[in-house]
Design a protein around this ligand. Sequence first.
Ligand code: PLP
Length: 473
Amino acid sequence: MDLHDLNLHRGQGAPIYLQLYQRYREAIEGGKLQPGDRVPSVRSLASELSLACGTVEMAYQMLVSEGYFIARGAAGTVVSPRLVKLNESPSAKASCPDADASRLANSVGEALPFQLGLPALDAFPRKTWARMAGRTLRTLETIAMTYPNPAGYEPLRRAIATYLGISRGITCTHEQVFVTAGYRGALELVCRALLQPGDVGWYEDPGYMLARQFLEHAGVRLMPVPVDEEGLKVSEGLRQARHARFAVVTPTHQSPMGMALSLPRRLELLDWAVRSNGWIIEDDYDSEFRYMGRPLPALKSLDRDGRVLYTGTFSKVLFPGLRIAYLVVPASQVGRFRDAVEIFPGPGSIFPQATIADFMEQGHFSRHLHKMRSLYAERRDHLVDALTQISGDRLQVQPQAGGIHVLAHLTTRQNDLLIAGAAASRGLAVQPLSHWRMRAAPQGGLLMGFANFATPQEAAAAVKELNAVLHEH
Ligand SMILES: Cc1ncc(COP(=O)(O)O)c(C=O)c1O
């Protein structure tokens, strides 16, 4: 790649290190740089472009942390040879750190230590699942071979409506349930049915990075609204953009900070939506896992006026390879959403949907959740104990009542992007909190998945490796 292709705009737009990071990503995704290609050293690129070494280093660390580059010490830095599949598959081009981490893991066939967003892959009841899937195939009726309902397979929609009634306090009919291709499929449907490009929405800051990327791509404008120990600061949202069209929230377990939205804030948010005809998109991505007290009911359970669009996913409770999530829309909006799905690819094949429906109806789903709740409580302790004992002087674990990740704040003034980059070059998939922020904040943090630490020893070994990185920097 020619260095002129980097085309940096000094003194305008994003900081230079971000521009540099972005240009490299584009070059890799566009095929200008191929897996295995060598890139200039930090020092030579800095001198070639008249930049500070720290600026180039920051961009390189981010590229390493996201799996684009591999730093091989004295042997130089190369574009990761594991990205071969990236250039082959056009669908892989909509890239982001979370997706990159999972691509990296998939290419080596296992979860990376600390990898976010993955359930315990070793504990999934594969035999039962295979039996159900086999039955789905064997008992296929001719009607199931025709074009499926784009709103989703009806028995699954019914099973979801029943499950939400029992476990999340949500009263809905199966007609209000739309099965989607992952959470972003649900967001896409909301954008098509209810929003216009240019609409303004409140977005939790920090908040779920992939959804932010998706929504920005869809052309809506996100207004960062800070969170505190009670969750989204509704008063800030009102102050900044009272007439916003929508708000995206994670009320049960704020992503990534982990607190719940307090009841007074829930009521304030619903009041805003009613007064301003706004839509609340409730992302209830991992509410099933709670280790202290009872699971909190969904915000949707308080929605008397039909302003909440509720989303849930099978990624954490089953596995993300399914790519199946769901959206519950207010009864008054069912017609609009039905029209929208008619012109939309929908959730895809009925086979995984039918298998999930059987899995739920036959009680395997609730048994699995029950088992995973106690397993995750144990695995979370493995990680928290190891962090406290080994890295307690540098990392402060934030108490979280649920979920499958922990957040540890850096007690030093170390830069979380650099730490995560250096950790990635040792094969550790911690994510820097700064990546999830829309507005910069002084204190950095590391996000870590714990679901795949099967023993205290595994957790301790990974934390020791991370600790070495913390001490080196
Ligand atoms: C905050 C949040 N929302 C939603 C999801 C679910 O996304 P998907 O259904 O696309 O796997 C995730 C998955 O990691 C998440 O972290």
